[in-house]
Structures are given as structure tokens and as C-alpha cells.
Ligand binder design. Structure first.
Ligand code: KG4
Ligand code: ZN
Length: 350
């Protein structure tokens, strides 16, 4: 291959939460390698991510994961023409580990550094591996930290139009799994348990379903599951959930959560007038959610793009969005910092 036709390669690094990930993505957006080291077993006994444990695990895993991504892509570090890294949002300690590695590599290779917004990358993942452009669209990121709707004019112009007022949908799956004594992470275990359950066995609330706004609330639904599973607070409240109730409760919770998510995405489509809905984030791996979204999209006559399974949960390949920033000359200084925390729309007084 002559030098002029040689593809340019991006090293992408992601460490915003509890996955240490690296990928090599070419400038034609093809993913040459994507390595994800999960920390599930480290957080399992706590039923959720412990930030300090996550940062320490990132420190241990980051270099082996980057090395493996290069090896699997058959890529010599000298062939890398830019380094992309998630700088926001996420856990501060976790983000810092990825950013420090990325800065060091970019500096030593003398190549540009690109700062990636993890939420925009979740939306971008919906268009990866398929020919047509996904923008403009309604972007919907449903993950462990976020349940956010976006008006996306392009990959680099995504404006938040709705978010949760309390828990994120993925967080609710994780917390309900704890109530039902199911293993972490909660999403996949609830989906599995729900398959054997009857959703109509319990009546669950659909919070803010008819608010007419693009806001969500999941903490009341979680509490409803708690009371149905263990009884209301007081001396009679159980400390465990009777095993025979688990499947039905999982099914009833999943159906209520999915109903709200699908209804709000329909509302976002109607409000914005866009004809395309792009859904990413870990909860987009949920099969009932995917089926109900498809039914809704065909009813509305809109195009639906759900991120491919391996790009729903956290990964570095979706940091391919960095090519869009690079095309616009948007590189980061070596003194760029992380922007931790969660992204929420400011709530107006009701
Ligand atoms: O996007 P992600 O990997 O990490 C964040 O950026 O938060 O999302 C993780 C979340 C967890 O809350 C997990 O329980 C949920 O996605 N999740 C699912 C499923 N697979 C993962 N939720 C429902 N159904 C699933 N199949
Ligand atoms: Zn994520």
C-alpha cells in the first residue's frame, strides 16, 4: 500500500466508569480492534460501582488493554495518527486514569489528542457499521448513569432536551436487581428472570408517563418494587424477597420501565419532528426494550437505529466520533482536564 492511500489510525481509550477499554479505529471508521475489560466481579458484592475500586482497577488494566488493542489490530504504535479519550462525563478518578494514559501516549508519539464526550459517543455508536448517516436525529442514551434525550443536528451538535430527575434507567435495573437478590449488573439478570415471569401479576407505576414533558423518574418505580417484594417499612418488612415472586416482579418492573422509555422517545420524535431515533447505552441491550422500540417506530413511520449489541455497553470503539472532531480541527491541549459528574437538564419549578 502506498503511503498516500494508507489509512490513518486512531487509538481510542475509554475509562469513564467500570470498563477499561481501548480500540483502534481507522479513518474510514472501521474498527480494527476493540478490547473491553469489565470489572463486574470487583463490584458485584457491593451491587454497584465503587469509584475507588474502579480507579484502582483502571490503573492496573489500562496499559495491558491498550497493548492488546494494538496487537489485535496488528498496529505498530508508530502508525497511530491521533489519540482519543473520554474526558466527560463519568467518575473523576476513572476518567483521570484514561486521560493520563492518553496524554502520555499522544505526547510521546507527537500526535494530536482528542477529548471525547461519552454520551455523544453512545449516540454515534448507532451509526457505526452501516452506510447511511444517522444525523439529524433524536438521540437517546439509556445507561447506568443517564437517561437523556438529545436533539442531534450532527455528531458534534447534540443538545439535551430531556433527562431523568432522579435515578437513571440502568441504575433502576441495578437497584431492583438488588431488591430481588439477583446478581450485578442488574440489567441482564432482570431480563433473564423476567423471561419466566408474568408482568401482569403486579401493577407497577409508570412515573411521569403523562407529564407531556421529556423528563423521567425511576426512583418511585424502584420503591414500588421494594414494597411489593418485601412489604412496606415497619417491623413486618422482610429482609429478603420470596424467591417465588422474583420472576413476576422482574417482569412487571421491566415492562413499566420499558413502557416509559418508549413513550418518551415517541414524544421526543413528535416534539422535534425528526424522522430518526438513535438509541444507545447499556439498557439498549435489553431485548424487550428493543422490540417495543421497533413496534413504536413502525407505528410512527420513523427510522430506528439501535446501537449494535457490542457497542451498547461501554467500549472504546464508539470514540470513533473523534474522527468527526478531527475533521473539524477540534483537538485538545495536553493540559485538558476531565469534566466528571452526571449530565442532567436543570429542572424548572413545576
Ligand atoms: O452504558 P453502560 O455500559 O455504562 C454507563 O455508561 O452507565 O450501561 C450500564 C447499564 C447498567 O445499569 C446495566 O444494568 C444496564 O446498562 N444494562 C441493561 C442490560 N444490559 C446492561 N439493562 C437492561 N437490560 C439489559 N439487557
Ligand atoms: Zn456509557
Amino acid at each position: 500500500m502506498s503511503h498516500s492511500t494508507k489509512r490513518r489510525l486512531l487509538l481510542a481509550i475509554e475509562s469513564s466508569c467500570d470498563e477499561t477499554a481501548a480500540a483502534i479505529v481507522a479513518d474510514d471508521r472501521s474498527v480494527l480492534s476493540s478490547v473491553v475489560a469489565s470489572q463486574y466481579e470487583l463490584h458485584e458484592e457491593f451491587g454497584g460501582v465503587v469509584p475507588e475500586i474502579a480507579s484502582r482497577a483502571h490503573v492496573r488494566l489500562i496499559l495491558p488493554v491498550i497493548e492488546r488493542a494494538c496487537r489485535e489490530a496488528n498496529c505498530n504504535p508508530r502508525d497511530i495518527s491521533a489519540v482519543a479519550v473520554t474526558t466527560e462525563p463519568g467518575l473523576v478518578g476513572s476518567l483521570l486514569v484514561g486521560l493520563t494514559a492518553a496524554k502520555t501516549i499522544a505526547m510521546s508519539l507527537q500526535v494530536p489528542l482528542v477529548a471525547v464526550n461519552h454520551i455523544d459517543a453512545h449516540i454515534y455508536a448507532c451509526g457505526m457499521g452501516q452506510p447511511e448517516d444517522i444525523y439529524p436525529c433524536v438521540g437517546f442514551v439509556v445507561s447506568g448513569g443517564h437517561t437523556n434525550l438529545y436533539d442531534c443536528q450532527s455528531a458534534t451538535e447534540c443538545r439535551m432536551i430531556g433527562s431523568t430527575t432522579d435515578d437513571a434507567a440502568g441504575e433502576a435495573f441495578d437497584k431492583v436487581a438488588r431488591i430481588l437478590d439477583l446478581p450485578y449488573p442488574g440489567g441482564p439478570s432482570i431480563q433473564k428472570a423476567a423471561a419466566a415471569g408474568d408482568a401482569s401479576a403486579y401493577s407497577m407505576p409508570r412515573p411521569l408517563l403523562h407529564s407531556g414533558k421529556l423528563d423521567f423518574s425511576f426512583s418511585g418505580l424502584k420503591t414500588a418494587v421494594l414494597y411489593a417484594a418485601r412489604g412496606t417499612p415497619g417491623p413486618e418488612q422482610r429482609t429478603t424477597t420470596p424467591p417465588e415472586c422474583v420472576a413476576d416482579l422482574a417482569a412487571a418492573f421491566q415492562e413499566a420501565a420499558v413502557d416509559v422509555l418508549v413513550a418518551k422517545s415517541r414524544l421526543a420524535i413528535r416534539k422535534t419532528g425528526y424522522r430518526r431515533l438513535c438509541v444507545g447505552g447499556g439498557v439498549a441491550a435489553n431485548s424487550q426494550f428493543r422490540t417495543k422500540l421497533e413496534e413504536m417506530a413502525s407505528g410512527e413511520g420513523i427510522a430506528l437505529r439501535i446501537a449494535p449489541m457490542e457497542l451498547c455497553t461501554d467500549n472504546a470503539a464508539m470514540a470513533a466520533i473523534a474522527w468527526e472532531y478531527l475533521d473539524q480541527g477540534r483537538t485538545a491541549d495536553l493540559n485538558v482536564d476531565v469534566l466528571p459528574g452526571l449530565r442532567r437538564l436543570p429542572q424548572k419549578r413545576r
